[in-house]
Design a protein around this ligand. Structure first.
Ligand code: PNS
Length: 161
């Protein structure tokens, strides 16, 4: 079975992430969105809330294909999670050249630790190229409109905060 994981902090999930998920899902028999629990980025939202928001976004925005995508939390190394799940691929999105350096480093280090796990990159579609979770948090915290950047499940959470 071709199983891929899509790891990230998802703080919060954006339409850019959803676009990567929608495009990656048909490439594999199973796709698992893997939410890092203890990121160095110190997520502003708890793990349970991030998991629930992602689940709702997949179910609401991606229909049948979204409902087939798994969501789980993880701690530790991405490649160890891949090994535990028997996943042979790690999916990552690339928005701009600025993403490339750190993604290349991560892919190369992951490869040196787990040569059997392949990293595949999907280029962001132009309309999502500038969207990042960091910018969404900043704009939302300053009262700006992020409705073109995040799914409805995130908007509901932001409005409830
Ligand atoms: O959405 P993000 O924050 O850009 O995702 C980064 C993530 C979670 C994919 C990366 O930090 C990661 O894989 N962390 C788990 C720890 C790990 O495996 N580190 C070594 C990577 S070389």
């Amino acid at each position: 079975m071709r199983h891929a994981i899509y790891p990230g902090t998802f703080d919060p999930i954006t339409l850019g992430h959803l676009d990567v998920i929608a495009r990656a899902a048909p490439m594999f028999d199973r796709l698992t969105v893997a939410v890092l629990v203890n990121s160095r980025k110190a997520p502003s939202t708890g793990t349970d809330q991030r998991l629930a928001t992602i689940r709702e976004a997949l179910d609401e925005e991606l229909g049948e294909a979204g409902r087939a995508v798994m969501v789980r939390a993880f701690e530790g190394l991405t490649v160890e999670l891949a090994r535990r799940l028997g996943a042979g691929w790690v999916v990552r999105g690339l928005r701009a050249v600025s993403d490339f350096e750190s993604e290349l480093q991560m892919a190369q280090l992951n490869r040196s630790m787990a040569p059997e796990v392949e990293t595949v990159f999907l280029m962001a579609t132009p309309e999502h190229g500038a969207v990042s979770s960091t910018m969404v948090r900043e704009i939302a915290s300053l009262g700006g409109d992020v409705s073109s950047m995040v799914p409805a499940s995130v908007l509901r959470r932001l409005r409830a905060d």
